[in-house]
Design a protein around this ligand. Structure first.
Ligand SMILES: Nc1nc2c(ncn2[C@@H]2O[C@H](COP(=O)(O)OP(=O)(O)OP(=O)(O)O)[C@@H](O)[C@H]2O)c(=O)[nH]1
Ligand SMILES: [Mg+2]
Length: 387
């Protein structure tokens, strides 16, 4: 019998050698961009056509590094596709690209924007995005959405709702990978942030639908977390969980243009009271409630000023940096956990044994603990014999 720590070592060795989580099965061959993705990207950013002739060629590490540094969005897009790949060699190359840039990353302001479908996230990003680009910023917009809530219509909606951004030379829009588990999408998004920063984007917006688990992941990779809400509907109705409100650094009540003043003020009061129920954050920042219209731009300048105020305060009191460090540590452990889990559940032997074990647990023939123990024993024995 091999001791448990040794088994973990063996497992981990195997994992770092050649195990790639199968989160994005659609992305097996990312070197030439897959048809579906390319169609989507070029639809959102027509400028990509300019580089169409280079698309098929294999790029070297230097090509990637120089291309990204010079702000070539086609090369950036292809590097992100490497990150999203399930192939070890692609992901290794992606890591090498990121490592080349690591000292130069981290300078961007990272903002998470969440809210239920239809609240106006994409319209808001278009309006705020143009506002900050006019002030000299460069913006990358990423999306996290592992759920099936993101219909084709909603992705096409992004195309029209972020029309000016999509045409801007100072913006880069990357839709969420179309498939895959949250763990995988979160990892790729985090690495994509690094690449976008290396490409000179000083502001990163991450859009996520505020109904599931993805906010926790987004919260752990951004500096500022903005929750978009509507007035006149209770939060249960809006599908927003309490935990998400707790994470918010600001709540913006959108669609103020079509909301009665009284309802708007009432909503502001309610959310302010709700936010005050949470313990004061160590950031020294008191979460704010504000109103805006993504359609008419009312209140948008104020929201950007608020975000800048937060950044200034937390940079001064050290919270900004300490939060970034905590996030980096979190992602190290999260990556290990994810890879171990993927390796375990993706192992053919485990795949074969699990249904029967589950049945035994459901029939009361085995306790959950015993079943787990037996599966783990089988797993460790197998990988020990076949490293
Ligand atoms: N009146 C008004 N309509 C708005 C405002 N912001 C967004 N809308 C409209 O609300 C609808 C949904 O907007 P989106 O920006 O697509 O919403 P979303 O939250 O990104 O939606 P998903 O991506 O599907 O989750 C669109 O018809 C927008 O035109 C606003 O401030 N006022
Ligand atoms: Mg949207």
């Amino acid at each position: 019998m091999v001791s448990t720590p040794l088994l973990y070592c063996i497992t981990f060795n195997i994992i770092i050698q050649d195990i790639v989580p199968k989160e994005n099965p659609d992305n097996d061959n990312p070197l030439p961009l897959s048809k579906g993705k390319e169609h989507l990207n070029s639809a959102i950013n027509p400028k990509r056509h300019q580089h169409a002739e280079k698309r098929g060629a294999t790029l070297s590490l230097d090509d990637y590094v120089n291309g990204i540094k010079s702000g070539n969005r086609t090369v950036l897009s292809r590097a992100i596709t490497l990150i999203e790949s399930t192939k070890t060699e692609h992901r290794d190359l992606a890591q090498k690209i990121i490592e080349q840039y690591l000292p130069a990353t981290g300078h961007a302001v990272r903002v998470g924007i969440t809210g239920v479908p239809g609240v106006g996230k994409s319209t808001f990003i278009e309006t705020l995005g143009n506002h900050i680009i006019d002030r000299g910023r460069r913006l990358a917009v990423l999306a996290i959405d592992p759920s099936s809530t993101r219909s084709k219509g909603s992705i096409l909606g992004d195309k029209t709702r972020m029309e000016t951004l999509a045409r801007s030379d100072h913006a880069f829009i990357r839709p969420s990978p179309t498939s895959g588990a949250l763990g995988g999408i979160a990892r790729t998004t985090r690495e994509t942030i690094y690449l976008c920063e290396a490409a000179g984007y000083d502001t990163i917006f991450i859009e996520t639908v505020g109904v599931g688990q993805s906010e926790t992941a987004v919260h752990s990779m951004v500096d500022f977390f903005l929750l978009l809400m509507l007035a006149g509907a209770g939060d249960e109705l809006q599908g927003i969980k309490r935990g998400i409100m707790e994470m918010a650094d600001a709540i913006a009540i959108n669609k103020a243009d079509e909301t009665e003043q009284k309802a708007l003020q009432q909503a502001v009061g309610e959310y302010q009271r709700a936010l005050h129920l949470y313990p004061e954050s160590e950031s020294g920042w008191q979460p704010r409630v504000t109103t805006c219209s993504a359609l008419t731009s009312d209140g948008i300048t104020e929201i950007w000023e608020l975000i800048m105020e937060y950044v200034e305060l937390t940079k001064k009191n050290g919270y900004f940096d300490s939060k970034r460090k905590r996030q980096a540590k979190y992602w190290m452990y999260d990556t290990i956990k994810n890879r171990l889990e993927n390796h375990f559940f993706g192992h053919p032997k485990i795949k074969q044994l699990t249904p029967a074990m589950e049945k035994k647990v459901l029939n009361g023939e085995l306790t959950s603990f015993r079943a787990a123990q037996q599966l783990l024993d089988q797993y460790f024995n197998t990988i020990q014999n076949k490293p």
